[in-house]
Design a protein around this ligand. Structure first.
Ligand SMILES: *Cc1c(COP(=O)(O)O)cnc(C)c1O
Length: 228
């Protein structure tokens, strides 16, 4: 893919985020989702001021790591198997897809072993789609209390994957629900939990997410085109 086209798309997403954030909330940070794309397609992003990229597979992170690690902060955004935590614990800046206690325990164990503290987001399923991963909203509070007790974890906020839908009113409602949950939990000030980040919105709905107070959006195909 042509770097000039990529630059134009990066700038378009930034402009759209700024426009969508004219209201109540500051513009969210764009995480460029680079899964399935080779390192040489990703590297030009660095010259465009993009510092944060999202990947969803451990093996792919390992393969691309030599080319990417000096240039980007890598966010893990996909479902993570506990037995793979050890391969990424030192290489990602944020695990966005923490959705079960067994995984939290393994991240905690590996972080302590590597003498680090792993920043995480707790993944919520706003529409109750367990196959996509994510906790039901009503289970999040109890989960946060457990995770906050683990010294190897630093809970930074929430992440959500919305259902595939073109129904703007329906999606708006879910984004608004997520923002409400986020703010309510922040007000509760649970010991050991930082409620600073709300990662929601992808290529099809990032402007809606920005309008509803996302702090990060995860954008892939709007930058790189549809995945093959
Ligand atoms: C692939 C992926 C994205 C980006 O999707 P696009 O529609 O290409 O922007 C965002 N979040 C997660 C969890 C993903 O797996």
């Amino acid at each position: 893919m042509d770097a000039e086209l990529l630059r134009a798309r990066v700038e378009a997403v930034r402009a759209n985020l700024a426009a969508a954030s004219q209201g109540r909330y500051p513009a969210p940070k764009m995480i460029a989702v680079t899964k399935t794309h080779p390192a040489e397609m990703i590297l030009p992003l660095r010259g465009m001021g993009v510092e944060d990229i999202g990947e969803n597979r451990v093996q792919e992170i390992e393969e691309k790591l030599p080319a990417l690690k000096e240039n980007f902060r890598i966010h893990l955004i996909g479902r993570l198997q506990s037995n793979k935590v050890k391969y990424i614990i030192e290489n990602v800046c944020l695990i966005q897809s923490l959705d079960r206690l067994s995984l939290a325990a393994e991240i905690d164990r590996q972080a302590q072993k590597h003498l680090c503290v792993m920043p995480v987001l707790v993944q919520v399923s706003p529409a109750g789609e367990p196959q996509k991963g994510g906790l039901p909203p009503e289970d999040v509070r109890a989960f946060l209390r457990e995770a906050a007790r683990m010294p190897g974890l630093r809970v930074r906020g929430l992440m959500a994957v919305m259902p595939l839908s073109q129904d703007e009113a329906y999606l708006s409602g879910l984004f608004a629900d997520m923002r409400t949950l986020f703010e309510r939990l922040r007000e509760e000030a649970i010991d050991g939990v930082e409620m600073e980040e709300l990662s929601m919105g992808m290529s099809g709905d990032y402007m809606l997410a920005a309008r509803h107070g996302a702090t990060m959006v995860r954008v892939g195909s709007a930058l790189f085109g549809p995945r093959g």
